[in-house]
Write a protein that binds this ligand. Structure first.
Ligand code: SF4
Length: 405
């Protein structure tokens, strides 16, 4: 059975990251997953990502017990289930971090920073904790849903990043150092370039990495970017995957079709979905989600402007037309036979099937698309039986169409 050997190291890396949060001598910053982590790290903050905790609550299927807790405070079941699960975890004082890493909960923040480049939900989520924990908070609010990224937008966000500095200095007790910021950004750039190459190995056939593998191996690029640790990890992972490509070893010996996953993972169903596609010889080789941590624009010579650009041009912050262009490019690059859109009930921001995208992809690229309803954490919105039938029928149709060609 195909196994990525680096997974063992990845578990160690992630374990050490969480254990590092026990070090009370270090100041802690909370940051959104595509927030200015490098700038925070340059002040010596350890960075905790509540969305990562939300994903963990989803993957361990503990979210289901926690979401109703936040409903008692008036948070609707229809809003981001990362938010409702994470706040529920805090209210119920229950977290898998305890069992896995001996942490009593998410580490207490000294500063909270969010960037609404992905959604407005993070603003409400982080503000709740800032009030609850009496913690200083800083929000970055870039222009949204951009088609092209203008210089004006970059300047706006770069200024907002700079405006963060006095608060970071005050909380950390460390003076801003442009050289340290540039160095951190350089490390982040090197790690993100490696991560991109890791993802791009799946353009080979047989592919050495599936979307489901990538959701696991993306841990360090989310929580440790800007560190040597992330760079070292992806150097090792890339070497292994490139060797597998050279030896024609992939997670499927024979790919009957190659698929693209758009939208959020269904964290509590990763294993069963991965098995389902493998049993049907369908290779899910690319995704919008895992590409979200590819930041081509990072440039340590222009740390503010380049990180402002990188964090503003992300897929989720683009116009419908720009999203279609980006998705189409990936479909061509990875030689995709069909696209599966995950319509996540509690995340409209990362569900791209609601404004005709599947139909337009089929019209322009001539490939079939499928929409499955589900959610990132709240499994009440996912019908397993119905989804399996839809997915198997979809794969069958693609295979039949290939035979007919
Ligand atoms: S993008 Fe979606 S899943 Fe992520 S924080 Fe925002 S609403 Fe939640």
């Amino acid at each position: 059975m195909y196994k990525i050997q680096s997974a063992k190291l990845m578990k160690e890396v992630m374990g050490n990251y969480f254990l590092g949060m026990k070090d009370t001598s270090k100041k802690i910053a909370w940051c959104t997953s595509v927030g200015p982590a490098e700038l925070l790290r340059s002040f010596g903050f350890e960075v905790h990502f509540p969305e990562n905790h939300g994903a963990l609550l989803g993957a361990t299927r503990t979210a289901g017990d926690l979401i109703p807790e936040s409903a008692k405070l008036g948070y609707s079941n229809d809003i981001c289930s990362y938010l409702t699960a994470d706040i529920g975890s805090y209210l119920k004082n229950e977290t898998p971090l305890r069992e896995h890493y001996g942490l009593n909960g998410a580490p207490k923040p000294d500063i909270i920073v969010y960037n609404t480049n992905q959604c407005r939900e993070v603003q409400d989520w982080f503000t709740y904790f800032a009030k609850e924990l009496n913690c200083p908070i800083f929000g970055i609010t870039p222009p949204r849903h951009l088609d092209e990224i203008t210089q004006e937008a970059i300047d706006d966000v770069a200024t907002q990043f700079k405006n963060m500095i006095p608060l970071c200095e005050e909380v950390s007790g460390i003076k801003f150092d442009l050289g340290r910021f540039a160095e951190t950004l350089k490390l982040s750039k090197e790690a993100t370039d490696l991560w991109k190459k890791v993802l791009w190995t799946a353009s080979a056939s047989p592919a050495p990495l599936s979307f489901f593998d990538a959701t696991i191996h993306m841990g360090p690029i989310v929580v440790l970017r800007g560190t040597q640790i992330a760079k070292d990890y992806y150097t090792i992972l890339l070497k292994e995957l490139e060797q597998n490509v050279a030896n024609k070893i992939g997670f499927l010996e024979k790919e009957s079709c190659r698929l693209y996953w758009d939208g959020m993972p269904i964290w509590g169903k990763l294993r069963s979905l991965s098995d389902l596609f493998i049993q049907n010889n369908a290779a899910v080789v690319a995704s919008t989600y895992c590409n979200s941590w590819v930041f081509d624009a990072f440039d340590e010579n222009h740390p503010f402007e380049s990180s402002a650009k990188a964090y503003t041009e992300i897929f989720i912050n683009r116009s419908e037309e720009a999203k279609q262009r980006l998705l189409s490019d990936l479909v061509r690059l990875f030689r995709i036979d069909g696209v599966i859109f995950h319509d996540a009930k509690t995340c409209a921001n990362n569900s791209n099937s609601r404004f005709g995208m599947p139909q337009r992809i089929t019209e322009t690229l001539g490939i079939p698309t499928l929409v499955i309803e589900g959610d990132l954490c709240d499994l009440r919105f996912y019908s397993e039986g119905q989804s399996i039938t839809k997915i198997e029928t979809f794969i069958e149709q693609i295979e039949q169409a290939k035979v007919a060609c």
